[in-house]
Design a protein around this ligand. Structure first.
Ligand code: ATP
Length: 248
């Protein structure tokens, strides 16, 4: 890690979402959502399909404007960060590389446009288990390989914050274990991890803190142990908090 990175690191970077709202036409996708994600913690952002997770993350990453509220990274909007990829590494559903590009070229282009040392490209390809297939065109990648490439891109700038939307999507058991360990290690080194998912068991394995979103609103938040207290599983706690009935 660079010295500047180490300094930011000691302080830790906080994600602060406050009274956020977003509408798509007449539908409310995000309704007065507030939560924080703290350094040294994996924060699980958990909710079913259509709950509003991606809409929230897109605003956090400066891809959409909110109808109201703020989404800040250490007090600043994403678009106001000096070198965003060096502060925030993100994996978003459907925001992949150009399919005709070779994986290594995609990462090299990202590194160059963010003034990230070229050596990081080889390092993240290695880390993501893609070194042997780095020269393949991305369109030939399997879903899991594409996911690994997305995570490699997120790690490129050695960011203080990782924001990952459904990172285990398409990964095999070994890949899932790799992501889990990566996120745990990342948080253990004092950095901030926001993990968005609809997978309850997977989130329960990885997260320290939880933010539960349901129909655009926060249904519960707090340390995992507090959310699940008195329930046999996170799934049971989720259904109790949201008032939905389990399919089982
Ligand atoms: N671009 C869009 N135009 C219209 N409606 C949208 C758009 N994006 C999201 N929505 C709607 O907003 C709501 C929240 O969607 P969002 O994608 O944020 O949920 P999510 O929790 O990320 O779900 P998923 O896990 O399925 O991605 C849903 O009802 C969805 O249909």
């Amino acid at each position: 890690m660079t010295r500047a990175g180490a300094r930011a690191h000691q302080a830790g970077v906080v994600i602060d979402i406050s009274h956020l709202s977003k509408r798509h036409g007449s539908a409310t996708a995000v309704d007065d959502v507030s939560f924080t994600a703290l350094p040294g913690r994996v924060t699980g952002f958990l909710g079913p399909n259509g709950a509003g997770k991606s809409s929230t993350l897109r605003i956090l990453l400066g891809l959409d404007a909110p109808a109201g509220g703020t989404a800040l990274i250490n007090g600043r909007r994403y678009r106001d960060l000096d070198r965003p990829l060096r502060t925030v590494g993100a994996l978003l559903d459907g925001a992949g590389p150009v399919p005709d590009r070779r994986a290594v070229d995609h990462l090299t282009w990202l590194a160059r446009s963010n003034r990230i040392p070229r050596a990081r490209v080889g390092a993240v390809l290695e880390l993501a288990g893609l070194a042997a297939v780095a020269k393949q065109r991305v369109k030939r990648y399997s879903l899991g390989m594409g996911q690994r490439l997305g995570i490699a891109a997120a790690l490129l700038g050695e960011p203080e914050v990782l924001v990952l939307d459904e990172p285990v999507n398409g990964l095999d058991p070994e890949g899932i274990r790799w992501v889990r360990r990566l996120l745990r290690d990342y948080a253990a080194s004092g950095r901030t991890v926001l993990l968005s998912s609809h997978l309850m068991a997977e989130t329960a394995e990885t997260a320290d803190d939880l933010v539960i979103i349901h129909r655009g609103r926060i249904a519960g938040r707090g340390p995992l142990a507090e959310i699940t207290a008195g329930h046999p599983s996170l799934e049971a706690a989720f259904f109790a908090l949201t008032g939905e009935r389990s399919a089982a």
